[in-house]
Design a protein around this ligand. Structure first.
Ligand code: C2E
Ligand code: MG
Ligand code: MG
Length: 541
């Protein structure tokens, strides 16, 4: 308000100044017309020279003209400065300061303009939404300076790789949107351009004497088939990009209408998982583990299930990867482990409890501490607990895994290597990590009777276990045939559907009660699912 008033006064003063200058020029012309001839006559000796008053008036006029001229120059400079400042702030509002690309606010409008330009020439536009796959990791490892370098390099590579009339915007974080005009009759050229660009982004980036690399997930949507509205196109490319990410990253995906439903399902899944954790919908199920030689029950592996009010009973293959991605795996896992420890405390003391740990949890340096805290809270003996780590999770951060295993082992917890045979761990890795058991992946076990190759693999894993002094468990024993094929190996433990499907706490309690393997009378409600268990014998350790 005050500014506005000040500007008005300034403008009024400018008008007055210009008025004075204009009047001064007119008077200068008038008085000059009288004074100059007299001056000239006096100089040539033919007259008495100008009147003093007139000469003074002329000088005043000159001063006023100079004053007016100065003010005019000042004004033009001010106008120019203001114009530049406005342009600058418009540019700043429309671009991303780090990369110089357009930003989320300006891209839709620029895109609509571009579309209006190219459409009459029979051309279309494609939106490529790109998301860097390892940005967070690079930011964590190389600090935000490394992250900034990656973002700037990405922008430079996009500019170098795409045609001059393409638009490039940073949508925020590590996401870029490129809008590329193309000829629908030569869509193959466009596809080639996209692949070249993505390949350029995968090249190593130099930073402070070292190098890092990233891959890109790309979603594509085109104006001629997917829709013409620019906001809608951006949204579609975004959906396609998510789909590329979920397909394992480092991929390019064209938008398809089905992706929209998938995305909706996915976001419902995410919110359902978050809600389900606090609502106690995640529950432990248990799968029997049996000593093959004696046929005795030796313990249970806990397998998480989601009792979803919307989807019914859901297996971990659906919810664990999502929980990992949304950072909910630690809470989820702790809530089922807590219940499992409470359940297992009622079992006969020689029965062990095995739990599965996600690679995400392994990256947490405090994981061992958290787990030990749960054990203390539940007053559960660590020697009855086995932690299963999948072979494929070993490749990341082996140092951290080693120290975690060591601190758990120091407390008496045992560690098994799960799904062995699928994760390509090396022999030296196996020897350097102090595992207590190897679990042969069920893919080899299930096909044991009919597949020679599987039989050879099982045979070599058993020998490897013997060589390293590690006992072996075979997972996925589905029938009597497999069981018999396994019985020619010594010292194996087994688990699988042959001994019954994984069952909930109530069912397990009921069965253990029958086998007289419960410490206390059951406190649970009636069992929901009583597993059959052929050839299972109770043992007291
Ligand atoms: P896993 O640890 O290898 O568990 C064995 C899986 O094989 C279980 O699947 C089990 O139901 C299934 N299975 C058992 N016997 C047989 C059989 O005879 N035939 C066949 N075809 N399958 C059998 P489930 O429960 O779907 O679990 C899948 C995976 O999810 C588990 O593989 C484990 O890696 C993971 N998982 C389960 N619970 C948790 C958890 O609480 N936390 C984490 N991080 N992962 C979990
Ligand atoms: Mg397991
Ligand atoms: Mg397994």
């Amino acid at each position: 308000m005050a500014d506005h008033k000040g500007e008005l006064q300034q403008a009024r003063r400018d008008v007055v100044a210009l008025g004075i200058a204009a009047a001064a020029i007119l008077m200068f012309v008038g008085t000059g017309g009288t004074v100059f001839p007299r001056v000239l006559a006096a100089l040539s000796g033919h007259g008495a020279g100008p009147d003093r008053t007139l000469a003074s008036a002329l000088l005043l006029n000159v001063a006023l003209v100079i004053f007016g001229w100065r003010r005019y120059r000042e004004l033009t400079r001010e106008v120019e400065e203001r114009r530049l400042a406005e342009e600058q702030s418009r540019l700043l509002a429309a671009t991303d300061p780090l990369t110089g690309c357009l930003n989320r606010r300006s891209i839709a409008e620029a895109m609509a303009d571009l579309l209006a330009q190219v459409a009459p020439r029979g051309k279309a536009i494609v939106v490529a939404m790109l998301d860097l796959d390892n940005f967070k990791r690079i930011n964590d490892v190389h600090s935000h300076l490394g992250g900034d370098t990656l973002l700037r390099t990405t922008a430079e590579r996009l500019r170098a790789s795409l045609p001059a009339d393409a638009l490039i915007a940073r949508m925020g974080g590590d996401e870029f949107a490129c809008v590329i005009p193309f000829d629908p009759a030569h869509a193959d050229e466009l596809e080639q351009l996209v692949h070249q660009t993505v390949a350029a982004l995968r090249l190593p980036v130099e930073f402070q004497g070292s190098e890092f690399e990233t891959t890109v997930s790309t979603g594509l949507a085109r104006s001629d088939s997917d829709g013409v509205d620019s906001t809608k196109l951006l949204h579609m490319a975004d959906i396609a990009m998510f789909s590329a990410k979920r397909a394992g990253r480092n991929a390019v995906a064209w938008f398809e209408p089905a992706m929209e439903n998938e995305l909706r399902f996915r976001s419902e899944l995410e919110s359902g998982i978050r809600r389900g954790i606090s609502a106690g919908e995640f529950v432990p199920f248990y799968e029997k583990q049996v000593d093959l030689e004696t046929g005795e029950l030796v313990g249970f592996e806990m397998l998480a299930r989601w009792n979803s009010p919307k989807l019914g009973l859901v297996g971990p293959d659906l919810f664990i990867p999502v929980a990992e991605e949304i950072g909910a795996i630690v809470d989820l896992s702790e809530c089922v482990i807590r219940q499992a420890l409470r359940d297992a405390k009622a079992w006969a003391p020689h029965l062990t409890l095995a739990i599965n740990i996600s690679p995400y949890q392994l990256r947490d340096p405090w994981f061992a501490q958290r787990l030990l805290k749960l054990l203390v809270e539940a007053n559960f003996p660590p020697s009855r607990l086995e932690v299963e780590i999948t072979e494929s999770s070993l490749h990341e951060n082996i140092g951290l895994v080693r120290s975690m295993i060591t601190s758990l082992k120091n407390q008496g917890v045992r560690i098994s290597l799960d799904d062995f045979g699928t994760g390509y761990s090396s022999l030296s890795q196996l020897r350097s990590l102090p595992f207590d058991r190897i679990k042969i992946d069920r893919s080899f076990v299930t096909s044991l009777p009919e597949n020679e190759e599987s039989a050879t693999i099982v045979q070599s894993i058993v020998s490897l276990g013997q060589g390293l002094g590690l006992p072996v468990t075979a997972e996925g024993v589905e029938n009597e045939e497999v069981l018999q094929a396994l019985q020619r190996f010594n010292g194996l433990k087994a688990q699988g559907y042959h001994y019954g499907r994984p069952a909930d706490a109530a069912a397990v309690t009921a069965e253990l009660e029958q086998l007289q393997l419960l410490l206390e009378p059951p406190t649970h409600a009636a069992p929901r699912e009583v597993a059959e268990s052929p050839g299972l014998r109770a043992s007291n350790g």
